[in-house]
Write a protein that binds this ligand. Structure first.
Ligand SMILES: *Cc1c(COP(=O)(O)O)cnc(C)c1O
Length: 379
């Protein structure tokens, strides 16, 4: 056993380093009693808009609401098909079904874990109205071909950017955009363990279209633009002031946090490169990834055994995600699919995410790496 407890995500250690600033920020919201829609929400929203370089940021209650509101704002109609990867967190597809739209499951690329362009093209029919690319684990989808295809077919693009806030996408002409700012709408989550996490729930939507921004804002606020005048059916989805105050402090450190994650990822990749049984996460030339997760693929069928071995050594690991969405009970008879989802299936059996956070020390990583090497040496 290692001398300290090893965790997947170290929210406590991260808090300790900025405790004073965070506590002050929370106190000042409490003193102001402006708990909902306080000035700090506007301030944070503006700072996030500057950070991402997007036209407009609309805050909301969580990343799932962000996706739902985005779909509502685009005016999709019952029965419309929305393409979504089968290998992602449930929220990406759940909101499609919730709105009476049809989630169409698309396969992913085994190397990047992200939506496969070929599978996406093969899945598109007359009924298809939108695509939800998910920047999984902090690695950008290859957006250029997705945006081109969407334009050709007149499809909306909603980027699920819950895991890749701060990641870059580099277009073939060298233009660089932050993930979440390239589609019609981008969405993100401030769930505590996300790259920019608050101390509760939070989310936001990004768009470069003023009209769409106004609509997103209206839907998140009961469909009203003037108080007590409701022009469309909306919902109640707010980022509260305390969360905004915390996020406003943490946003200043996001680049630093990303640098820590990239350094930790680099350490893993250097030290694990000689193990033939595992495939390390690739970083494609078109992105600068933010390593929400560091996810290896165990190709010799020993994933669960390795997980158990590491657990015995006090090393937590996670399987994101053990069941592809098309195989989930909830989507039986709801989701539609006309391609092979072989890669999604395979990945759900192979992936293993190692501890990844902003406070990882080299001695902890050394212990993790040695333990993995030991496991394969022993076999
Ligand atoms: C976390 C997450 C969401 C949902 O965010 P919440 O804030 O938990 O609602 C959606 N999509 C992906 C890919 C996520 O990782």
């Amino acid at each position: 056993m290692f001398r300290e407890k090893i965790v997947m995500v170290d929210l406590k250690g991260q808090y300790e380093r900025i405790k004073e600033e965070i506590d002050d920020a929370i106190s000042s919201v409490i003193s102001s009693t402006s708990f909902i829609n306080g000035p700090i929400v506007t301030e944070f929203t503006q700072n996030l808009q500057r950070f991402t370089g997007t036209g407009y940021v609309v805050p909301c209650a969580n990343g799932t609401d962000a996706l739902q509101i985005a779909l509502m704002a685009l005016g999709l109609e019952r029965g419309d098909h929305v393409l979504v990867p089968a290998f992602t967190y449930v929220a990406s597809a759940e909101v499609i079904a919730l709105l009476g739209l049809t989630p169409v499951m698309v396969d992913v690329d085994p190397e990047t874990f992200n939506i496969s362009i070929d599978s996406l093209k093969a899945s598109c029919t007359e009924k298809t109205k939108a695509i939800i690319p998910v920047h999984l684990y902090g690695h950008s989808c290859d957006m250029e071909p997705i945006l081109e295809f969407a334009k050709q077919r007149g499809l909306y693009v909603i980027e699920d950017n819950a895991q890749a806030l701060g990641a870059d996408y580099i277009f073939s002409d060298g233009r660089v955009c932050k993930c979440g700012t390239m589609g019609d709408v981008g969405t993100t989550s401030f769930f505590p363990s996300k790259n920019l996490g608050c101390y509760g729930d939070g989310g936001a939507m990004f768009t470069n279209n003023l009209e769409l921004a106004q609509k997103l804002k209206m839907i998140a606020n009961h469909g009203q633009s003037v108080k007590y005048t409701h022009s469309i059916v909306g919902c109640n989805s707010r980022l509260d002031s305390i969360q905004a105050a915390i996020l406003n402090v943490k946003l200043k450190y996001l680049d630093q946090y990303t640098a820590s994650r990239r350094k930790a990822a680099n350490y893993y990749s250097c030290r694990l490169s000689s193990i033939n049984e595992i495939v390390l996460p690739a970083e494609k030339e078109y992105t600068r990834a933010v390593y929400h997760q560091y996810t290896i693929r165990v190709c010799d069928g020993s994933r669960n055994e390795l997980k158990e071995y590491l657990a015995q050594k006090g090393i937590p690991t996670m399987v994101y995600y053990p069941i592809p969405l098309d195989m989930q009970e909830a989507f039986k008879g709801v989701a539609y699919c006309n391609v092979s989802l072989e890669n999604s299936r395979k990945l759900s059996e192979q992936v293993l995410s190692l501890p990844m956070h902003t406070e990882l020390s080299e001695s902890v990583q050394e212990y993790i790496v040695e333990s993995i090497i030991e496991f394969y040496g022993r076999n």
